[in-house]
Design a binder for this molecule. Sequence first.
Ligand SMILES: [Fe+2]
Ligand SMILES: [Fe+2]
Length: 161
Amino acid sequence: MGKKGKELGGPNVDKTIELLNKAFCDEWAAFYYYGLAAKLAEGLNSPAVAEELESTAKEELEHANELADRIIELGGQPVREFSDLSKLANYPRVDLPSDFGDLEGILKAVIEAERGAIDVYNDILKELSSVTKDPITFHVIRHIMGEEVEHEDTFESILGS
Ligand SMILES: [Fe+2]
Ligand SMILES: [Fe+2]
């Protein structure tokens, strides 16, 4: 990104990059665990749950890519070592039940993960609006957070039905 564009990152750009990288790790964890749950879910209602988990996993991977793009635009580098993903994540694991026939347990774990993501992005937005004042990153995070809110709602609806 050009000089003026980089300036929009503000004086705390290193802090922003660090926060984005931690969220990047969270997105990889969600992508991994949701994909795993989609494959292993068992039981009568599992095809519908698996389908939703799979499409959500794809969106989490998109989020990871959107975060990576923004990190690079700000002059940073996405987490380089795969083994660091779980070390640096705010939420390194989704607490899936040991029994994959326990669809309710899977849904609860996913809802918990979505709530964690909403908290993380809400904190980043607060930082970006009060301290960093970086409008482009704010827009990226606001977009991702909107999708996390939809994810929570979708899985709550499935659990409630
Ligand atoms: Fe996400
Ligand atoms: Fe999500």
